[in-house]
Design a protein around this ligand. Structure first.
Ligand code: SIN
Length: 309
């Protein structure tokens, strides 16, 4: 699977602010859309405390417009991240990765300088899309960043859907995709082959072989927009298609979705929190920092059963 994407403008290069008159004005939340077209940088007061409704509503509104939000200047510890997350919704159910010792709903995405096992989240995916009700949001807070590399890369499912011809859209609309965690967490999956240098506690299980059907195109419950809803790690087929047919179709769609025009590469800076919408973006954790430590704190928020309307 080809993850490498060249000539993608990074957050800094894309940092040109574009005017966006639809943002509600509050004195506390300042939303700056970035050029990628689905990403915004949001200045807010410190998020690790009880926020007033006006601030929360402005954040929710910004997130509906921009499925990837960057909150610079936030240095949330696991408790602070949990405090902010639960004001936006219920926590999601995070299987296959043991929770951090700090909080039962926070995962530590951790890689030590000496680790040689594959990077966690290193291929395109939408978090836990094999669940019947996959998470709506993921929040990722930087804690220790390597001196270089370690970007997180996003692709927009809205843009990918909108760029298809109407004939192709019509063909895809009735289809259901098959999702499974097997290639990552199953007994023959990636993590079953780990060496013992991995510092994250990953749980390999036969349960990961279960499958779940989701519409290949889903309608976002809040924006009402349609998005291509497939990903390289967890989408393993198309219901009713032969293996050879579905892999040809999926490979075409994976390549389509990972085009530079639909991508945003986030270069982390100290003290940043990211929040993305798994219902309409896919992402992967890039490498390029071997020999250095990287530690992030991660929370997910519960979602709903994907539907097409
Ligand atoms: C993830 O896929 O949840 C982790 C992303 C990252 O570490 O950048």
């Amino acid at each position: 699977m080809n993850r490498s994407v060249t000539n993608i403008p990074s957050g800094e290069e894309q940092g040109t602010i574009i005017p966006c008159p639809i943002e509600p004005q509050t004195t506390k939340v300042n939303v700056k859309p970035l050029h990628a077209g689905f990403v915004a940088s949001v200045d807010t007061p410190s998020l690790d405390r009880q926020l007033d409704e006006e601030t929360l509503n402005a954040i929710r509104h910004a997130w509906r417009q921009h499925p990837v939000l960057i909150f610079p200047g936030q240095d949330l510890d696991p408790t602070g991240l949990a405090t902010f997350s639960k004001q936006l919704g219920e926590f999601g159910d995070d299987p296959y990765v043991r929770a951090s010792k700090f909080h039962e709903n926070i995962i530590e995405v951790r890689r030590e300088a000496k680790e040689t096992a594959p990077i966690f989240g290193h291929s395109w995916h939408s978090d836990w899309s094999f669940q019947a009700e996959p998470p709506s949001a993921t929040l990722l807070q930087s804690h220790v960043l390597p001196p270089f590399g370690g970007d997180t890369v996003f692709a927009s499912g809205y843009k990918a859907y909108e760029a298809l011809s109407s004939a192709m859209q019509e063909m895809l609309l009735p289809l259901k995709a098959i999702h499974s965690a097997r290639s990552a967490y199953g007994p023959k999956g990636l993590f079953a082959k780990d060496d013992d240098t991995r510092s994250m506690k990953i749980i390999v299980s036969k349960d990961a072989e279960e499958t779940c059907l989701h519409p290949l195109i889903r309608t976002h419950p809040e924006s009402g927009k349609r998005a291509l809803y497939i990903n390289h790690v967890y989408t393993v087929g198309i219901d009713g298609f032969k293996e050879s047919e579905s892999s040809a179709m999926l490979n075409y769609l994976f390549r389509h979705m990972a085009q530079p025009a639909f991508i945003y590469r986030h270069k982390w800076r100290e003290n940043a929190l990211l929040m993305w919408d798994n219902r309409c973006v896919i992402h992967y954790a890039d490498g390029g920092y071997t020999g250095h430590q990287r530690i992030m704190y991660r929370a997910t928020l519960a979602g709903e059963r994907p539907v097409l309307r």
